[in-house]
Design a protein around this ligand. Structure first.
Ligand code: PT1
Length: 282
């Protein structure tokens, strides 16, 4: 595994230190997200939840206005802007940690950057028309997520020749596309996209082979918490997937992940602290 030479990301002036694994707390401003839909639909509730996650040790807050769970439906640009921009503005001003925008829409990316967002998280890996140039015009880091298909249909027939190598090749190509568009490698984070057009076995293979992605020399982010592949392994409903989620997060960090995107911030921070205590022994 190639060492990551750069361990601090500049997120629009707020620094994200990746010399130890960090937790990204999920803040869904949606009426329909898969595990917490509606909890934070009103700005006051969203801001309170973000404060709590930072107290619990989150190093980034990921704000999303459109659900991307399997079967989720599209939200228009105007509605997405209305949901996320006021919350990003308030959080960027108030909180010491960078605020990330979870969106695929260039218009929303641009507005979020102006509102003080410190990172762009895109499940379409900037493949939407105009997304590369929207991000290039900011100086923000960006997380490129792999998805096969789209949220409406991605779980119907996921197909790979070799899930790990196919996705590795996808990232190599997206990294080149970013560099050609003026987004330097130093700004990139990669995420194999657990649950985004993957069978249970595909997800397990990716988790086991996460180290393969680290050799691209970029920080690896993973989102595992409460996802259905974990539920299928242990026959657990969405609200019962904490133990599997923490186990998967620990495995991901042992296999090289640097950022864990999760609903369960306090528990994940505690689990990763144990991993760190063990890892830093001589
Ligand atoms: C993720 C992620 C994300 N996941 C990043 N952003 C979601 N960077 C939203 C299921 O199978 O992993 N990385 N933004 C949520 N997506 C899903 C996908 C939620 C699948 C649930 C499932 O249950």
């Amino acid at each position: 595994m190639e060492a990551i030479t750069r361990t601090v990301l500049d997120c629009g002036g707020k620094l994200l230190d990746l010399s130890s694994p960090q937790v990204m707390g999920i803040l869904n401003i949606t009426p329909d997200s898969f595990s917490d839909g509606g909890d934070c639909f009103f700005p006051e509730a969203a801001i309170a939840r973000a404060r709590t996650m930072v107290e619990e040790g989150a190093a980034i807050i990921d704000v999303g206005g459109e659900s991307s769970r399997p079967g989720a439906v599209d939200v228009g640009v105007a509605e997405e802007l209305r949901r996320v921009i006021p919350v990003i503005e308030a959080l960027a001003r108030e909180l010491p940690v960078p605020i990330s925008l979870d969106s695929t829409k260039p218009e929303v990316m641009r507005a979020a950057a102006h509102a003080g967002a410190g990172l762009i998280n895109d499940i379409l890996a900037l493949q939407r028309h105009g997304a590369l140039s929207a991000v290039a015009q900011t100086s923000l880091p960006v997380c490129l997520v792999h998805m096969q298909g789209n949220p409406q249909t991605m779980q119907v027939h996921p197909r790979y020749d070799d899930v790990v190598e196919d996705i590795h090749r996808f990232f190599a190509a997206r990294i080149l596309a970013c560099e050609a568009a003026g987004i330097s490698r130093e700004r990139l984070i990669i995420d194999p996209g657990f649950g985004f057009g993957k069978s249970v076995v595909d997800n397990l293979r990716l988790l086991k082979a996460l180290g393969r992605f680290c050799d691209l020399g970029l920080p690896v982010l993973v989102g595992l918490s409460r996802k259905s592949f974990l539920g299928k392994l242990a026959n657990r409903a969405v609200s019962e997937r904490l133990v599997s989620g923490l186990t998967a997060a620990v495995l991901a960090v042992l296999n090289g992940a640097r950022i864990i995107r999760t609903h369960d911030v306090a528990e994940t921070v505690e689990a990763l602290q144990v991993v760190e205590y063990v890892q830093c022994q001589g």
